[in-house]
Design a protein around this ligand. Sequence first.
Ligand code: SAM
Ligand code: SF4
Length: 325
Amino acid sequence: MIDGFGRSIDYLRISVTDRCNLRCVYCMPPEGVEWMDHEEMLSYEEIIRLCSLFAQVGIRKVRLTGGEPLARRDLPELVRGIHAIDGIESIALTTNGLLLQEQLPALLEAGLTAVNLSLDTLDRAQYAAITRRDALDQALSGLYAALDAPGLRVKLNCVPMGENDAQLVPLADLAREHDLAVRYIELMPIGLGGSLPRRTEEEVRAMLEAAFGPMTPCDESLGAGPGHYFTIPGFCGKIGFISAMTHQFCDGCNRVRLTATGFLKTCLQYETGRDLRTLLRDGSGDEVLLEAIRSAILHKPAQHHFLDATGRREDERHNMHQIGG
Ligand code: SAM
Ligand code: SF4
């Protein structure tokens, strides 16, 4: 489907829960949060029904996120249901990796095609400080299980925040031996992300080039997202950047988001969109739901305004674990 600004929308990010087993500083407050009630969350049947309608309007790629998606029971069941939908070509997962090693065989068997694992540091004490949990070993077991899985596309996502400067080079170094895309995501001013220091793509690139020498831009686009990539001589994998702040990519945006409560969110920065859960639960037929999806996509905002100093009435006020990143 084409939105009101001529962009082709073929990518749906689905948040399956707001719950998480970590408390990352840019995502959740230290005191924790009040979780949503289970009844507020879409059931797997409801998500699968919506996915088949999204496939009818042209969604081809689905990503499951959260909160921590692997913290929701029986996630492979959902993957299997989405995999069976005509038109869906890939099902990816964004995870902190803690529960990945044990769940990966069932996820692969159900049809999972790609994993993005979030990891901001390889230093145990720093990992515990950033995520507020001493769980680096579990995250690394998840990462290595994913790297060992034949045919699975694996990316690592790191948010550079200044405090993890010394870890950016060791993280990139993982792409030397492994066919892995190590990506640096500019911190966005969503929720708690607005009050933390951030590093820009240029700053991170300078640190990596000081360690590895010049990086060469590569034309290949890896996956469905807005990342752009570089190669380093002698490296098996690639280095990527997702730079919403300094390299705005809204012109080519191909995505919409479905929150765990069934809200169709058409731009990360705005709360605007459409409540599909109410329609699902009041017995609306497929045509009504399809019309709601089409109309929301048609009205997708042109761009974010992260760089404006002033907020807007319709700006997103949730934290990232409630949106899905
Ligand atoms: N729990 C899973 C994980 O951490 O991968 C999935 C959900 S998490 C909200 C998705 C991604 O959003 C993570 O890679 C996280 O680092 C990123 N993220 C969270 N808050 C962010 C912010 N303010 N700016 C940029 N990325 C953010
Ligand atoms: Fe949990 Fe992911 Fe948010 Fe960290 S970024 S608190 S792992 S949802």
